[in-house]
Design a protein around this ligand. Structure first.
Ligand code: ADP
Length: 454
């Protein structure tokens, strides 16, 4: 069957919902195609925080910041491999984007708190209520519905259609029964299909170190469909080899573990042989690789009562309970008991912790030079959590310009084609800062929608 709209948006994550809402607000007749039976993508399961300089929250907290400072932090974090024009566009527009989410979409934020992710000069990440992407997606979904934007669920875009002049004119999709549906786009197609972290064929193609040993990201939709479809009609890609992993995830689901943040409060990382193998405060990629080199490509995070009490662990009781059911965490009176649960070498573990406690007393970790405060593990109950690295974000993707137009291999915009969100490359360079994925999708989702409607 066939349907006709002004603008066809592929993907109903943060970027796609925002692009569709803006396109509609600028007068276009819009549809969203979503291959999963639900909306939200990885945005839904993210922390939902986004960075912005000079916001109302920074003002309230008396934090001085600037567009320039945010621009520089972002460029530097990506080893200067990001696109300067895109990063400038991000830095100059995100604050207004945040106000738009607050005022037009009614997203609620914590008004007197900012997260300070690593690599940012000052705290600048605005925090949605609930501390997750659920608030963003619920409000965006409700807004799209109120504006009568149809969202076709279980509708998988397969191919971007072009005319004889290489202008993009629509999308071919399959519905849940496998039937082909053609969506004609009179003005534009916007690709907002997210990253490719669950597609090992692609991750391996661009970075041979990132293979099945890493758990996939939680959303199975993250297959890079949009990247492949755009490439097929001549789009240029950039930064595809830059894939971010996170070291301490749930080994069964790939979910980033918040309980495992006890690492920042003093927990010690060991292998099945009961030995430490990496500095616990190392970069995400170094710890991830370190874990993969251990028996079963697994590591165990060990902490005691004191560390638990210094941590925010209690905030994540639901995660803790789930991991208990999955046999991924144990709380026991003694270290031996906890070690036995996971079949970790008990004798060696006791030895390792004894040595470590000695280092704490001396004030220096002689094995790995652990940074930050050293805390001895002396008091039960003890906790051991099984962790593994997972693919967290793909920095590379479709090349766009500051109007969110897709750029072809000769450096020219492809008529009628836009992209926004994780599917694009260029903003994050080699390394994305915490909180910058949502900033990216807000700014470029809006720009894509506004420009596509013209
Ligand atoms: P972003 O953060 O860039 O918005 P998300 O991961 O939040 O990315 O959202 C991307 C959405 O696109 C997901 O909901 C995913 O299921 C959807 N998607 C991916 N590929 C396709 C496709 N071929 N057709 C339709 N939807 C797709």
């Amino acid at each position: 069957s066939e349907e006709t709209y002004d603008v066809v948006v592929i993907g109903a994550g943060g970027a796609g919902l925002i692009a569709a809402i803006e396109a509609k607000a600028h007068g276009a007749n819009v549809v969203i195609l979503e291959k999963m039976p639900f909306v939200g993508g990885n945005t839904l399961v993210s922390g939902g925080e986004f960075n912005a300089p000079n916001t109302w929250v920074q003002e309230k907290l008396g934090i001085e910041d600037s567009v320039e400072q945010y621009y520089t932090d972002t460029l530097k974090a990506g080893d200067f491999e990001g696109d300067e024009e895109l990063i400038r566009t991000l830095a100059e527009n995100i604050t207004e984007g945040g106000e738009w989410l607050r005022d037009s979409v009614n997203v609620e934020f914590i008004e007197d708190y900012l997260m300070h992710f690593g690599g940012h000069s000052v705290p600048r990440a605005i925090y949605p209520i609930g501390g997750s992407g659920v608030e963003l997606i619920q409000k965006l979904g409700a807004h799209a519905e109120a504006k009568d934007i149809p969202i076709k669920l279980s509708m998988k875009a397969e191919k971007i259609l072009t005319d004889d002049n290489d202008r993009v004119v629509g999308v071919e999709a399959t519905d849940v029964t496998g039937r082909t549906v053609t969506f004609h786009a009179e003005k534009a197609v916007i690709i907002a299909t997210g990253g490719f972290g669950a597609n090992y064929e692609l991750t391996k193609k661009y970075n041979s170190e990132i293979d099945e040993r890493y758990k996939g990201t939680i959303q199975k939709g993250t297959m890079g469909d949009g990247i492949l479809m755009a490439e097929e009609i001549g789009a240029d890609l950039m930064g595809m080899e830059h894939i971010q992993t996170y070291p301490t995830c749930n080994p069964l689901t790939g979910n980033l573990s918040y309980v495992a943040d006890t690492r920042f409060d003093g927990a010690v990382l060991v292998n099945k042989e009961g030995q430490r193998f990496v500095e616990e405060m190392e970069r995400r990629d170094v710890i991830s690789k370190g874990i993969l080199a251990q028996t079963d490509s697994i590591a165990y995070l060990v902490w005691d009562k004191t560390i638990k009490e210094n941590s925010h662990m209690d905030k994540y009781q639901v995660e803790f309970d789930n991991m208990e059911k999955q046999n991924l965490i144990i709380k026991a009176d003694t270290l031996e008991e906890a070690a036995a649960f996971f079949d970790i070498d008990e004798k060696q573990l006791l030895e390792t912790i004894k040595t470590y406690n000695g280092y704490v007393q001396e004030g220096q970790d002689k094995d790995f030079n652990r940074r930050g405060k050293l805390v001895a593990l002396t008091e039960g109950p003890y906790y051991i959590q099984k962790v593994a690295p997972a693919i967290h974000h793909t920095m590379g993707g479709i090349k766009i310009n500051s109007e969110a137009r897709v750029i072809d291999k000769d450096g020219n915009p492809i008529e009628g084609l836009f992209a926004a969100g994780e599917v694009t490359g260029g903003i994050h360079g080699t390394n994305r800062l915490g909180g910058n994925a949502i900033s990216d999708l807000i700014v470029f989702g809006r720009i894509a929608g506004q420009t596509a409607a013209k």
